[in-house]
Design a protein around this ligand. Structure first.
Ligand code: ADP
Ligand code: MG
Length: 474
């Protein structure tokens, strides 16, 4: 298998440890536009990438989330592209609609001064008006699916594209866009500049890079591996039924915006609803929402009108809000890559933040392994996740060996498997007894999906519950 050709060293050595944008070859008008946005000094990835990108070279760049990769390609592109107003000269592919919107905004701030038209295309909104704007754009930011759709319908041509950027390439491939991305790259004319930005350059990303770049310069900034600096990482041992309570405690902390990750769209809806019931200003963001709904949710979160956002992985990709102080993994991430992408939403642009991960007893091994790979084993050890299947000595919960809690049930010792009532809040049948052991405990149920606490409607009173308990045991 072909490997990434190791970089020839950057053509021109970096002039000083902290060069200015001008020293990197950026024009006065663009430098001024950057300064107007409070951007004075280039970040490290920008320092190394901009000179090569300005020289028209192919670039492979790896650096951590939040390190400023967008401007590393946006600045050289606005410098190199000349306005034509006919069809796009530069194309940026991003994995999600949210990221496309954000990249578009970053471009707008510096493209105006160069007289360049920017447009973005992504699914979930009407194709007609998008196509019209896309045709007139000099720089087009697109998600792969919608772009192919436009081309297939002959609403857009890509034959004038001279520069293409694959942004968040690793994520794009994780999301299954390899066939689409390949198709798009094959459509472009032979002579063009290709730049690929990613948090990792291994595996499939590396193969894509070696296939579609020519004599590329490789720039890697920061540690190889998924370490996120400036973030305090905490793992919290919690029993499944107590997750919502634990979350409420976390949210009571002194904080800015809190971004909470859950596994499913339904889970996001329910948790947001439950937090609103608890008095939090909480919204949700997931792929099952329409584009206007998603934009509204993002807008409310960005403005602070909602200071809590419950999101699924896909929806939150690339979300870049400096005020996010807490990322809470309500449902643990699937692996260390997902962890980095999630927790990378905080501590943006050198600010601090906290990444909090809830660990239920049955996730101990998986999350422990992930923490080790992330070099967060010390933080994980502090959580004291018990290895006997329960951290609540009185709960009577049995150890589980993975799988869905619903299958085996978190039965209190001595109880028989029984039909679970559906959650009155969300309708999920994914419920279990809330075993805190006090009087009437057996009446209490919790919804595994949304965390809602409720009384088992099939069992009326505490005493009748106890009676029926006794009768079952005998
Ligand atoms: P990445 O793509 O590497 O995850 P982004 O390009 O989204 O990172 O940048 C993260 C944040 O840093 C953004 O809010 C961006 O505006 C800001 N930023 C980028 N470059 C600079 C800079 N040179 N000075 C100050 N802030 C910057
Ligand atoms: Mg980025």
């Amino acid at each position: 298998m072909q490997q990434i050709v190791p970089a020839r060293p950057t053509a021109a050595p970096v002039p000083s440890p902290t060069p200015t944008f001008e020293e990197l070859g950026v024009s006065a008008k663009v430098t001024t536009a950057l300064r107007m946005r409070g951007i004075e000094q280039p970040f490290e990835i920008q320092t190394v990438v901009i000179p090569d990108a300005l020289a028209g070279r192919d670039v492979l760049a790896r650096s951590r989330t939040g390190s400023g990769k967008t401007l590393a390609f946006a600045v050289p592109l606005v410098e190199r592209i000349t306005p034509s107003g006919r069809s796009p000269s530069a194309l940026i592919l991003t994995p999600t609609r949210e990221l496309a919107s954000q990249v578009t905004e970053e471009f707008r701030a510096i493209a105006d001064v160069c007289g360049l038209q920017i447009a973005s295309v992504y699914g979930g909104v009407g194709i007609g008006p998008q196509a019209k704007r896309a045709r007139r754009a000099d720089i087009l930011i697109a998600t792969p699916g919608r772009l192919l759709d436009l081309v297939a319908r002959k609403l857009l041509r890509l034959d004038r594209v001279r520069a293409v950027v694959l942004d968040e390439a690793d994520r794009m491939l994780d999301m299954g866009f390899l066939p689409d991305v390949t198709k798009i790259l094959q459509m472009l004319q032979r002579e063009h500049q290709t730049m690929l930005f990613s948090a990792t350059l291994d595996g499939e990303v590396g193969r894509l890079a070696s296939r579609f770049t020519h004599d590329a310069v490789l720039h890697e900034v920061g540690e190889e591996g998924p370490i996120i600096t400036d973030v305090i990482h905490r793992f919290i041992a919690v029993d499944q039924p107590r997750k919502t309570q634990a979350l409420v405690r976390e949210l009571a902390a002194d904080r800015g915006l809190a971004l909470i990750f859950v596994r499913t769209q339904r889970g996001a809806d329910r948790l947001a609803r439950n937090l609103r019931k608890e008095g939090f200003r909480a919204g949700e963001l997931h792929g099952g929402m329409s584009q206007p709904q998603r934009e509204r949710a993002l807008g409310h979160f960005a403005s602070g009108a909602n200071d809590v956002l419950i999101a699924t992985d896909v929806a939150a990709r690339g979300l870049d809000l400096e005020d996010i102080t807490h990322v809470i993994n309500f449902d643990a991430p699937a692996d260390e890559k997902a962890y980095v992408h999630r927790v990378g939403r905080t501590a943006r642009a050198g600010r601090g933040g906290e990444g909090v991960t809830f660990v239920t007893p049955d996730q101990r091994l998986d999350v422990g392994r992930m923490a080790k790979k992330l070099e967060l084993h010390a933080e994980f050890a502090k959580a004291g996740v018990p290895n006997n299947g329960s951290q609540q000595p009185r709960s009577g919960a049995q150890p589980k060996t993975g799988g869905q809690p619903r299958s085996g049930g978190r039965a209190t010792a001595g109880s028989q498997p029984q039909r679970r009532p559906s959650c009155p809040s969300c309708g999920s049948g994914h419920t279990q007894p809330f075993t805190h052991g006090g009087p009437g405990a057996r009446l209490n149920m919790t919804c595994i999906d949304c965390g809602h606490l409720f009384k088992d409607p099939t069992r009326r009173t505490t005493s009748s519950a106890r009676r029926s308990d006794r009768s079952r045991r005998t």
